[in-house]
Every structure is written in C-alpha cells, then in structure tokens.
Design a protein around this ligand. Structure first.
Ligand code: MG
Length: 243
C-alpha cells in the first residue's frame, strides 16, 4: 500500500500520519442517495413516511397520535411532542417539513414546530414567509440564541428541508469540556455556520449548559399547528480516523 503515497515526507502536525501517507486508512465508501435529500447508504432512517414505529410521545413514551398519511406525518395539535426511540449525539441530520397551506395566525402562531437535537437544542420550524416575528425565533433560528443568516422560506404548503450538522457538547462529570456547535442549511442555503451554542433552548431566558447524556432522542415539537414532516434520517458524526 506504501506506493499509494510517500514515505519520505514529514508528519502532519496533530496526526500520526505523513504528508501524503499511502498507508493512512482510506475514507469509507458511502453511496449517495439517488436524488438530492435521499438517504445515503450509511444513513439511519428515522422516518420514511410509512410508519411511526420509531417514535413515541416525548413526555410519557406513549404511542404517537400524530397523523400518518401520504408519505408524511402531521402534528396532531395538543397530542404532544414526539421523540425518536433512537438516541444519538453528534450527527448529520436531514429533515423535511411543510407549514400548513392554509395560512392561519401570525408571528410565532403560524406553522410553529421545532426540531430539537437531543430533545434540548431547537432549530425553529415556523412559517416565516411574509410573516415577521422576533429574529431569534424565525424559521431556522437556533431559538433564543441565533437568528438565521437569511430567510430562506418557501411558500406555505411547500416542502422545505433542513440539513444540520450537530456537534454535541461534551461533559466531564459536571463540567462542560466542549460546547455544542451547529451548522444549519435550509433548502440548501446556509443559515448557521458552526455557531457555538450557549446551552439548551430556553424561552425568555438566556441559556446555560447542564450535564446530560451523550446520546438522547431527536424531538419534533407539537406547538399546536398542522406542520408536516417527511424523509428524516441521520448519520452519526465521528472523526475520520475514529473507529
Ligand atoms: Mg418551535
């Protein structure tokens, strides 16, 4: 394998490999999805539009009451937020959503839901198409902390998609070793470029970290509006040279 690269080059600082080291492990092969947004070969499917088996009521673990039809699920207002049975930390996450086609309410009351990484860190879902509200609560905001760089909303009823890169915070006992970082794209447009989160999402308060598990469920919010979701998958995020 040595003939793939060089053996007379210096070590790359911070690594155990030479510059152009032919013996360095090859990147694993992943087959991309056939269409944009389709799950790649190593993705873990959380929702494929046919079943809610992988989900449960967030507050009490009971059966999900949200409506399932036509390849998507729709919030059943006041039935509760829902959580994946799967628990995970750092990841690449793909989620598609649509605000109700029939526009109702304004500000935070229009097409409100949310994608909560680890059930704690919310990327806001809202219909902000010609619907202003406080900027750190608009579509794609990291709620209460960071407004998105742009408003990339489609019209109500049209499907949109988030691609999120999430680096979970790391704790050592009670101590925060590394904060969480998030990168978010809405409809292929960057909203957040690896921003450092200040802690779990809060309403009308500043955030601060409290220790939590390394792996927790993904949560979708019931905020009383008929928001739809489809095609949800993630890939665990780990270092290239890690097992
Ligand atoms: Mg919300």
């Amino acid at each position: 394998m040595g003939n793939l690269g060089y053996t007379d080059t210096p070590v790359i600082p911070g690594s155990k490999y030479l510059v152009h080291d032919g013996d360095r492990p090859q990147p694993p092969v992943v087959t991309p999805g056939a269409m944009p947004g389709a799950a790649p070969s190593d993705a873990i499917i959380l929702f494929d539009g046919t079943t809610l088996d992988g989900w449960e009521n967030f507050s009490d673990g009971s059966e999900v009451k949200w409506n399932l039809s036509g390849g998507f699920m729709e919030v059943k207002p006041n039935s509760g937020s829902i959580a994946t049975k799967a628990k995970f930390g750092s990841c690449q996450l793909h989620v598609e959503f649509a605000a109700p086609a029939i526009v109702k309410g304004e500000g935070q009351g229009r097409g409100n839901s949310g994608v909560f990484l680890m059930g704690l860190y919310e990327v806001q879902v809202l219909d902000c198409y010609e619907n202003p509200t406080y900027p750190d609560g608009t579509t794609g905001a990291i709620y209460g902390q960071f407004p998105p760089l742009v408003n990339a909303c489609r019209k109500p009823g049209e499907w949109s998609y988030y691609d999120i890169v999430w680096e979970a915070p790391i704790f050592d006992g009670d101590e925060l070793v590394k904060p969480g970082y998030m990168t978010v794209l809405l409809n292929g447009i960057v909203l957040h470029n690896r921003v450092e989160l200040q802690g779990p999402t809060e309403h009308r308060k500043t955030a601060s970290y409290k220790p939590h598990a390394d792996a927790l469920p993904l949560v979708l919010q019931d905020h009383g509006d008929l928001v739809r979701f489809r095609n949800i998958w993630y890939r665990p995020l780990k270092g290239y040279d890690q097992a």
